[in-house]
Design a protein. Structure first.
Length: 318
């Protein structure tokens, strides 16, 4: 069953009518093909006009859509012979961060991702994509392993942020995130990160301080969630839509500010309506951006990556 967001209610009503008419035809009723076709064209036109003028808050809702493809779906479709690696070699394994080795278009790579899960059971198991310190320590371990074996790194980021629980803070959450960012910046291999849904706070950048950063058209990337920002500035999460506008968290905003390198278009209505097409488009864009990086040595990659992020600060956009 398709999930519709609040602003999609008119679309949902039309698609509901289409489904009712189709059931009438299937049950041996009158031929309603012409009416179905007319309603389908109307639904497509409404979908197109709605998604052409999404507000930042509406884009945030699309980025959080429960049917949106998650990191595991990208890895399954784009990475062959994937072998998952677990644990931080210090405390435990964190299922919110998945990673391992595989082959991307025939080339051996290291893959990382923040995984939200697809149903209640898997979402609880993956902690809704919110990593604890051991997840970032696992990411750091795999990034360093990729450096030792000369494996390019691909990451798929989709997290509301790092887990804010007391036990995570007690185990060194801030340091774990900082060390993961450090490992990203120091990696002597090509690194391409893709923001596939939510890119929330340091929990996202811990896996995205890369040579090239891709962002899906309806993904969001921000220092804080709109609700968190509204709670701080207005003492009321009800101002989330206003906060989303001010945060400049959309792919369009971030590309204009040169904080991401490329925006991958999504199918009409969002990635959740056609996951296979979305994932294939991301794969093509990753391959295009990865190719020139493969010709560079480790020292050059590190120097350019460092300069990339320093320039963001010099330009005054962060």
């Amino acid at each position: 069953m398709r999930h519709f967001l609040d602003f999609e209610k008119p679309i949902a009503e039309l698609e509901g009518k289409i489904e009712e008419l189709r059931r009438t035809t299937d049950a041996g009723g009158i031929d309603v093909a012409e009416e179905v076709g007319r309603l389908r064209e109307k639904a497509q036109a409404l979908l197109r006009s709605t998604y052409a003028k999404l507000t930042p808050w509406q884009k945030t809702l699309v980025a959080r859509h429960p049917d949106r493809p998650h990191a595991s779906a990208y890895i399954a479709a784009l990475v062959e012979e994937f072998t998952p690696l677990a644990g931080d070699r210090a405390f435990a394994d964190d299922a919110a961060v998945i990673g391992g080795m595989g082959r991307f278009r025939g080339r051996a790579v290291m893959v990382l991702g923040t995984e939200k899960g697809n149903d209640t059971e898997s979402r609880v198991r993956h902690n809704f994509g919110m990593s604890r310190p051991e997840g970032y320590r696992k990411a750091r371990r795999l990034i360093e392993l990729a450096g030792r074996f000369g494996l390019p790194i691909l990451s798929f980021v989709d997290t509301a942020g790092a887990f804010p629980g007391i036990e995570a803070e007690a185990r060194g959450q801030a340091e774990a995130i900082a060390r993961s960012i450090e490992a990203c910046l120091e990696a002597p291999v090509p690194f391409v990160a893709t923001i596939i849904g939510e890119g929330g706070s340091g929990g996202a950048i811990a896996l995205a301080a890369a040579d090239r950063i891709l962002m899906l058209e309806h993904a969001v990337y921000s220092v804080i969630s709109p609700e968190g920002c509204a709670s701080i500035l207005w003492r009321d999460a009800a101002h989330a839509a206003q906060a989303a506008e001010a945060l400049k968290l959309t792919a369009e905003d971030l590309r204009r500010l040169n904080l991401v390198d490329a925006v991958v278009p999504e199918p009409l209505g969002g990635a959740h309506r056609d996951p296979a097409t979305t994932i294939a488009a991301v794969g093509r864009q990753i391959a295009e951006l990865l190719a020139p990086l493969l010709a560079l040595d480790g020292a050059t990659l590190r120097a350019r990556r460092r300069e990339k992020f320093l320039e963001m600060g010099r330009s005054g956009v962060v």
